[in-house]
Design a protein around this ligand. Structure first.
Ligand SMILES: [Zn+2]
Length: 276
């Protein structure tokens, strides 16, 4: 079939299980467990447990191992950014998506046609992952939860300056920041350190799920923690101190709707500047 008559929908199309690539016999970010999955990144609405085989960046596979108990049962196929692998009749490679550690756009090539499935992506700088890379393609498939004009996000540096300024203005007050444990929390930590905030930052226990990643994947690929602070186990005294801390990073669900109380019994971890 000539390229100009190849209908992209004939080889990549939505199904109830997810986006299916017929000549490769795989799904991209499937909604349920499938025989063969290509995963764009580790967030729960894209990476799910139970696949027979999963093709993803090494960082995304590390995140999935941290999240899913059954990952040893999955045939894990790491593919670094820029490398290519043939799956069925389709060439698959990953390009950085700039969203979280390991996040990738799936670049699929078949019979001279190229489709990019972006997954979640972000074009603003993020110290915790490589920047978004535009990839020329015939078809671009994306999702844009916050792409509507109604969503307007402030400049990250200005927002961080507001937060740090407030801790100076109100040193006796605890400052609570809601941030997802995977991705946003690490980015926030990096932004605070980049802004010169060198005080301890108390992290909610949900961070612990990704503790191994902090030690391994993150430290290896983007040294956020090595460069900005060491993560230490919090003692009882640290937990007591966290109640009066100047800045705390918490998953949104742990903050009381009134915004005045938090689950103080949850374990905290403390990010400190490394010893010189
Ligand atoms: Zn995501």
């Amino acid at each position: 079939m000539a390229v100009d008559t190849l209908n992209p929908r004939s080889w990549l199309y939505p199904t109830p299980r997810g986006l299916y690539c017929k000549p490769g016999d795989f799904y991209v970010d499937p909604a349920v467990a499938v025989p063969r999955a290509v995963i764009t990144h580790g967030h729960g609405d894209h990476a799910r447990p139970g696949h027979h085989s999963a093709l993803a960046t090494p960082e995304t596979l590390a995140i999935m191992r941290a999240r899913f108990e059954d990952m040893p049962d999955t045939d894990q196929q790491p593919l670094k950014y820029g490398e290519s692998v043939r799956v069925g009749e389709v060439d698959v490679r990953f390009a950085p998506a700039g969203h979280i550690l390991g996040s990738a756009q799936a670049v699929l090539a078949y019979k001279g046609q190229r489709i990019v499935v972006s997954g979640d992506f972000k074009r603003r700088p993020d110290a915790t992952c490589p920047p978004f890379e535009p990839v020329p393609c015939d078809v671009f498939i994306t999702e844009a939860t916050f792409g509507l004009p109604v969503f307007r996000h402030g400049d990250p540096a200005a927002e961080i300056a507001r937060l740090v300024g407030s801790t100076t203005l109100f040193p006796e007050r605890a400052h609570l920041v809601g941030a997802y444990a995977l991705g946003k929390a690490q980015r926030l930590l990096a932004l605070l350190r980049q802004a010169g905030y060198d005080r301890p930052i108390y992290l909610h226990g949900a961070w612990g799920t990704f503790e191994a990643l902090l030690d391994d994947a993150i430290a290896a690929s983007v040294p956020v923690i090595d460069a900005a602070g060491a993560v230490l186990d919090a003692s009882d005294r640290d937990v007591a101190a966290a109640r009066a801390a100047l800045a705390r990073v918490l998953p949104p669900g742990t903050i009381d709707p009134d915004g005045l109380d938090v689950d103080v019994d949850a374990p905290f971890r403390v990010a400190l500047q490394p010893a010189a």
